[in-house]
Design a protein around this ligand. Sequence first.
Ligand SMILES: O=P(O)(O)O[C@H]1O[C@H](CO)[C@@H](O)[C@H]1O
Ligand SMILES: Nc1nc2[nH]cnc2c(=O)[nH]1
Length: 301
Amino acid sequence: MCFKMCSCNNNIYTYEKLSEIKDFLKEKIKNEPKIGIICGSGLGSLGNAIADAVSIDYADIPDFPVSTVEGHVGRFIFGHIRGTAVACMQGRFHYYEGYPLSICAMPVRLMKLLGVSYLIASNAAGGLNPKYKVGDIMLQKDHFNIMGLAGLGPHIGPNDSRFGPRFFPMTNAYDESILNKVRQIVKDLKMENKVHEGVYTCVGGPNYETVADVRALISLGVDSVGMSTVHEVIAARQCGIRCFAFSLITNICSTEYGTTTEDHSCSTEVHSEEVLKVGKDMEDELRIFVEEIVEAISQDT
Ligand SMILES: O=P(O)(O)O[C@H]1O[C@H](CO)[C@@H](O)[C@H]1O
Ligand SMILES: Nc1nc2[nH]cnc2c(=O)[nH]1
């Protein structure tokens, strides 16, 4: 199957194609998942919390794309967290890998067909808000859809209303009742000193931001910047999935030009190794955090 960007914007993952993939997966899993989880870069260990795990590599799913980025294993894990059936993506698809946003967000529509009603999306992100430190967590209160303003989205092209209406609101994209539950979890786990609430944005990547980019994003009211999540949440809201998302702040975006060192690197540069390392350092804490969120959501009727 060709995953290339198509000038006519035809989405190869039609309702019929995704139904076939759904049927393929359903034969392999025991329970209908209620909650979908997307692991961000270096955050794949969130999947280690899953009991009765059935792992299915993306490469083994007919007509499915594959993950091409370090820190994204590239498989689904189906199973249970604290008794609730979940579908976890250890690895997502990014625009900079060459996938159009419709493919990046396609697994969310697949999750919907599998029975998912809630999405927990995580991402590694650069901190823009001056209060943030490396290792902090930012609960997404909202996102700023820069790529959407440029005319890119997971839902551009012919609309199949079986995935939801063509026009739909994004005012409450991030579910306030889930956020309230998470606020309580943050208190219970005594994480207040490292958890913030803010606005995320997704850029195309894969390069990190210039100082001018960073200054502009800050002036636009953005608190964290990454290369994912926004289009997944758009696809989820279109098909009625309730969303929660958070950023792990893996680096602080520089508002100042750094000094160039002898090896021609720069003192304020970000590198993907540090992004992945922060994810690894935080894996136990984040796993418990996500387990608590799953349990709290599962009590929702
Ligand atoms: O958004 P996730 O998948 O967490 O990954 C983030 O981290 C990677 C860059 O280090 C980029 O892929 C960016 O999007
Ligand atoms: N765009 C972007 N993505 C990231 N992912 C992790 N850190 C960053 C960052 O600083 N910028």
